[in-house]
Design a protein around this ligand. Structure first.
Ligand SMILES: Cc1ncc(COP(=O)(O)O)c(C=O)c1O
Length: 387
């Protein structure tokens, strides 16, 4: 038979699947894949159940149910002061993953250059390539994940169609500050580019820091597509409800891609997310406070064992240096070793870089119950005490 399409077929199984399968095989505690323990807020789930019974279950509007689009617009105003027209500037997608695909396939013409900042979430590069984009990679690196401004500037050219960025950033847990965002905004404007902003961890920011959407900076309102995810904001990752906010001219081509990708998203889940986005501020601050406590629990445990951990300003993830516990192999070997020998799974940070040359750091997810984190720490402590 003729070979299947190579652009996507050439990719192996994602590292998350590989490590999760190994974790299952060895009954290890899986701190690799970033899904929370627990089942999300009871009232949001209840709303989904009610809507399943009481609301229509046929195709909802392609752009999303009005209630959710209104709620996304209101959320943008409440948290960021953005004035959004819900009818022309909000679209609901099947998770941020579909939002990303729709943005990239909708905006990129074959041959367009796309600036991306490594480490990269795994779906970015395959979709950019499938869309015919030419990736221009810049990297932030552990331990300080500093933005390499000269390299970023050099990556832009008159052929740059868009910048794809992620803040708060997985796996680095970096939250881009205003000064960095101003530098980025200047480049986006100077090169007449778009910016696709993956902000799925917008409510998971710690230590009093604030998430600043690039869209709120001068000149950026009409150039950015801002992506959120109910999966992250309500700890309901299986729901796959996402939303894109963008000026009408930016959203239109994105909506064209969406109509041929999934077209719609289950209506009861959309109603429940609309309900969730309208919850009191205390829900959103409570989410960050609880996640920060989990971060501290895992970080303190890892540090007690001897791991050096890196600053963690947001997301579900913390990075640890494997040299600090005397491991001399690479991060992939370490994750394998730790799963099999200690019964705890993490993911190698090298998997987020094309060159796979950042090899001494691993990512742990801390969006887990206290008992699970404690058990993981106890297992690691036993293992590393044995030496
Ligand atoms: C940076 C980033 N973007 C997008 C996604 C996907 O979000 P969703 O589950 O809403 O598709 C994730 C999920 O882990 C993520 O970490």
């Amino acid at each position: 038979m003729k070979p299947a399409k190579a652009v996507l077929g050439g990719y192996g199984t994602t590292v998350f699947e590989v490590m999760s399968a190994l974790a299952r095989e060895h009954r290890a505690i899986n701190l690799g894949q970033g899904f929370p323990d627990g089942n999300g807020p009871d009232d949001v789930r209840r709303r989904a159940a009610e809507a399943l019974e009481d609301s229509p279950n046929q195709y909802p509007p392609m752009m999303g149910v009005p209630e959710l689009r209104q709620a996304v617009a209101a959320h943008n105003r409440r948290f960021y002061g953005l004035d959004i027209d819900w009818q022309r500037e909000v679209m609901v997608t099947s998770g941020a993953t579909e939002a990303l695909a729709a943005c990239l396939l909708g905006l990129i013409e074959p041959g367009d250059e796309v600036v991306m900042i490594e480490p990269l979430y795994d779906s970015y590069l395959p979709i950019v390539r499938r869309g015919g984009g030419i990736p221009k990679l810049v990297r932030v690196e552990p331990p300080d994940w500093r933005l390499p401004r000269a390299a970023l500037e050099a990556a832009f050219s008159p052929r740059t169609k868009l910048l794809l960025m992620n803040s708060p950033m997985n796996p680095s847990a970096k939250v881009f500050d205003r000064d960095e965002l101003e530098f980025i905004a200047d480049l986006v404007e100077r090169y007449d580019a778009y910016a696709v902003c993956d902000e799925v961890y917008e409510h998971l920011v710690f230590d009093g820091r604030k998430h600043v959407p690039l869209m709120t900076l001068p000149g950026m309102r009409g150039r950015c597509a801002r992506i959120g995810s109910a999966g992250k904001t309500f700890s309901l990752t299986g729901w796959k409800v996402g939303y894109v906010t963008a000026a009408p001219e930016v959203l239109q081509p994105i909506a064209k891609a969406h109509q041929f990708l999934t077209f719609t998203t289950p209506p009861n889940l959309q109603h429940a997310v609309a309900y969730g986005l309208a919850k009191d501020d205390s829900y959103f601050t409570g989410l960050a406070t609880a996640m920060q406590a989990s971060r501290d629990r895992l970080r303190n445990g890892l540090e007690r064992i001897g791991f050096k951990t890196l600053d963690c300003a947001g997301t579900y993830f913390i990075t640890a240096d494997i040299r600090s516990v005397g491991f001399n192999g690479n991060d992939v070997d370490f994750c394998h070793h730790m799963t099999v020998e200690a019964g705890v799974t993490a993911v190698p940070v090298s998997a987020f870089y094309q060159a796979a040359d950042v090899t001494q750091f691993v990512r742990f997810a801390f969006c887990k119950d206290d008992a699970v984190l404690d058990d993981a720490i106890a297992r690691l402590a036993r293992h590393f005490a044995r030496g």
